[in-house]
Write a protein that binds this ligand. Structure first.
Ligand code: ADP
Ligand code: MG
Length: 701
């Protein structure tokens, strides 16, 4: 049971003043939860500022440093709306102070709104990031704008938070202040000597202070408040992983003795032969599963390296040994696609291969559940619905989890906590550095797919300015006339789903003028069956040009699609571009990728796109990405922390992870049941960071 001392932090977020149904929805989205009911006060406290605006010094326009967030007080000189009929061009407003001129740049902005907030000759205060190009400074979408005449004031020092469309910084700040007032006194779970050595604050103080930065130093990942919380978070993770592992180790292994009959059948029918590293990875898996210990293996393979076949061969081994196997995908689209591919590859075996997702309902669901419980269903493919409480397996020997970085460790815990501990194969397309593997999964065995399937042609990548969109469309029409298939990816709109939707629909409307019914549209707001239908139409060639948001980023496999157009490529993380590009170059036809950028590229932006042009090697791209942007982006996430972590970041706090790992082992060696006073406090820590599922293992067998 959760220690009652944490109750104020785990009270529903809705219990704070000023949160209604509408704002509640925004908070749920902000905090990445399904609904407001899932949001607790602690979740908001873990939403920490990523930067700060310091209005105490205002250097003046001419002295604003490149890339810095600055505040400028200046007079509005003139407005420059986009030329008629070119709504994709930005709206510019020019400000002047004694030192120079600054262009405020707005995309898809409403002119009358801008005229009202920035009237000509009015003195205004704006804050935002300054970009210098060709000796001229500009600021794209200022974070804040205020009119001095209206007595509007901006606080001198202000933390800046990640936002979601519709939620204003002001409202968020107020809610956070209310949340801070609920922070209780917490027990100390760290050794005094470590606290001394690291100069750590107390956790409760850190939770309050992190929201009240005094200056830049307090925003730095190395600030004492951040290091304390990062350490707590790592420690919670490491203790829970260690508990799971010791539990897994204790669980008697079920050695899997495959006959090899099914896999031989499937192999023979494959239209290709396995690559060397596919064969090696399958051998790793078979060896692990034949042993006494539970397998816990990570399969790393770049996009298109052929992980699905490895999964299938592993699952067949489990079935040959008389058991069941599941494959869990992060999204409905992927689950359905895996189900289609795998059913096709294994068609001659006569196996019963089911699909189970959140969408499987009613009678159908009952029947599938019955077949899973009786063991008649040998392979089950689905989403996390596979591991809900109502699903009972007759003899689950293997669980394969695809694209793991979308899942936390929690799913794994949930499964093990259900009393089934199958062998586990986790597949990821992201080249994860060793330290990240350790933080996210604990010590895991790793197989890598290093060689690409034979016959792949390199993908030719070109970088094209947005002004040439007309040429691109003409070229694409020619390509479609030759029978080619094209993905057209629309800009990622930072933190704003509404405009993302708008932009993809707009683009589709424009392209439909040239491509008619051959242009299809897919995005995240469509219902599952709608998405399926669109994917199906593209796969079987009814449509030839698929206009998409990044919903197709992960895993989609249409081998005869050979052209990828990515608009506003400069807004994507490199890892994400790599994932997207990996959707083409899958068949024997030569493929190309067209990276379209808008406006002027910054130096860094140019360097990043060049890397894409120069290499297709996911590991090199990941390394460069890490170097240029930091690891948050490496996994395609927009938060600053490492995926699965609210505050800790490996890049910044890698040293702490190692200490936390040792600390966890030291603690559990001496106090495996967490019953000492420190052990009790550690339980509170696990609850605080929602790693408490591991506590169940203390008493379960
Ligand atoms: P990913 O690792 O990205 O999940 P997939 O498993 O989807 O990759 O495989 C990508 C494509 O490559 C599929 O069309 C698959 O049939 C094909 N493929 C897999 N292995 C090989 C191989 N050894 N030789 C040729 N093609 C292969
Ligand atoms: Mg895949």
């Amino acid at each position: 049971m959760r220690p009652s001392i944490l109750d104020p932090l785990f009270a529903p977020l809705a219990s704070l003043p000023g949160i209604g149904a509408k704002t509640g929805e925004l908070y749920a989205r902000l905090l990445g939860r399904e609904s407001l009911e899932d949001c607790r006060i602690i979740d908001l406290l873990f939403h920490v500022p990523h930067s700060l605006i310091d209005r105490r010094k205002q250097p003046g326009i001419a002295l604003a440093p490149q890339g810095a967030i600055v505040t400028v007080t200046a007079r509005v000189d003139r407005h420059q709306p986009p030329p008629k009929g070119q709504s994709n061009q930005p709206y510019r407003v020019f400000l002047q102070d004694d030192t120079g001129e600054l262009a405020l740049v707005f995309f898809r902005a409403k002119g009358n709104w801008l005229e009202k907030s920035l009237p000509i000759d009015e003195t205004v205060m704006v804050s935002g990031k300054v970009d210098w190009f060709n000796g001229r400074p500009s600021m794209v979408h200022p974070d804040h704008m205020a009119r001095l005449s209206e007595g509007e004031k901006l606080p001198l020092v202000e933390p800046v938070y990640g936002l979601t469309a519709g939620l204003s910084p002001k409202v968020l700040r107020k809610t956070i202040e209310a949340a801070i007032s609920r922070v209780p006194t917490l027990p100390e779970w760290l050794d005094e000597s470590l606290i001394q050595k690291q100069g750590f604050l107390q956790t409760a103080d850190a939770l309050r202070l992190i929201h009240h930065p005094r200056d830049e130093h307090d925003i730095d990942p190395q600030a004492p408040v951040r290091r304390r919380l990062a350490y707590d978070e790592f420690l919670a993770g490491q203790v829970s992983l260690a508990l799971v592992r010791s539990k897994l180790r204790k669980a008697p292994g079920v050695p899997v003795k495959p006959t090899g009959l099914l896999s031989a059948q499937v192999l023979k029918a494959l239209p290709f032969s396995l690559t060397g590293s596919q064969t090696a990875a399958i051998a790793d898996v078979l060896r692990d599963m034949a042993g006494e210990d539970r397998m816990l293996r990570l399969l790393q393979g770049d996009v298109g390296s052929g992980k699905t076949v490895v999964a299938l061969m592993s699952m067949l081994a489990a079935v040959e040994a008389g058991g069941q196997a599941v494959l869990m995908a992060p999204t409905e689209i992927l689950a359905r696609q895996h189900h289609a591919t795998i059913s096709q590859m294994a068609r001659m075996t006569g196996l019963t291969i089911e699909i189970l997702t959140g969408r499987t309902k009613g009678r159908e669901r009952e029947e599938i559940l019955a077949r899973i419980a009786s063991g008649e269903a040998q392979i089950v493919i689905g989403t996390h619905a596979l591991f809900q409480d109502t699903v009972n397996y007759a003899n689950l020997l293997l669980a394969v989890v695809d694209e793991q970085h979308r899942f936390g460790v929690h799913q794994r815990l949930r499964l093990t906590a259900k009393g089934v501990s199958p062998h586990m194969l986790v597949m990821t397309a992201t080249p994860i550095p060793r330290t990240l593997v350790l933080a996210a999964f604990g010590d895991m065995d790793v197989s890598k797919l290093t060689d690409k399937p034979a016959g792949r042609k390199p993908i030719q990548t070109v970088i094209v300015p947005g002004e040439r969109i007309g040429d691109i469309i003409a070229r694409m029409r020619a390509a479609v006339a030759e029978g080619k298939k094209i993905y057209w990816i629309c800009p990622l709109v930072e933190e704003d789903e509404e405009s993302e939707l708008m932009s993809v629909e707009e683009r589709h409307a424009v392209l439909a003028k040239s491509f008619g019914a051959q242009a299809a549209l897919i995005h995240g707001r469509m219902s599952g069956p709608e998405k399926d239908a669109v994917m199906m139409g593209f796969k079987n060639g009814e449509t030839r040009l698929l206009v998409a948001t990044t919903v197709i980023e992960v895993g989609v496999d249409v081998p005869d699609a050979t052209i990828m157009v990515i608009e506003h490529a400069e807004r994507f993380g490199l890892a994400q571009l790599h994932q997207l590009r990996g959707r083409v170059g899958r068949g024997s036809e030569a493929s190309s990728c067209i990276l379209v950028y808008k406006g002027k590229l910054s130096q860094n932006g140019e360097a990043r796109l060049k890397i894409m042009r120069e290499t297709e090697d996911g590991f090199i791209i990941a390394e460069e990405d890490l170097r240029l942007r930091g690891e948050g982006e490496l996994l395609g996430t927009r938060q600053s922390g490492t995926p699965g972590f609210a505050i800790a970041s490996l890049e910044a706090h890698g040293d702490l992870l190692e200490i936390a790992r040792k600390d966890a082992h030291y603690l559990l060696d001496r106090d495996p049941e967490l019953s000492s006073p420190r052990g009790e406090a550690i339980r509170t820590l696990l609850y605080l960071f929602r790693r408490d599922e591991a506590i169940r293992f203390l008493h379960a067998g």
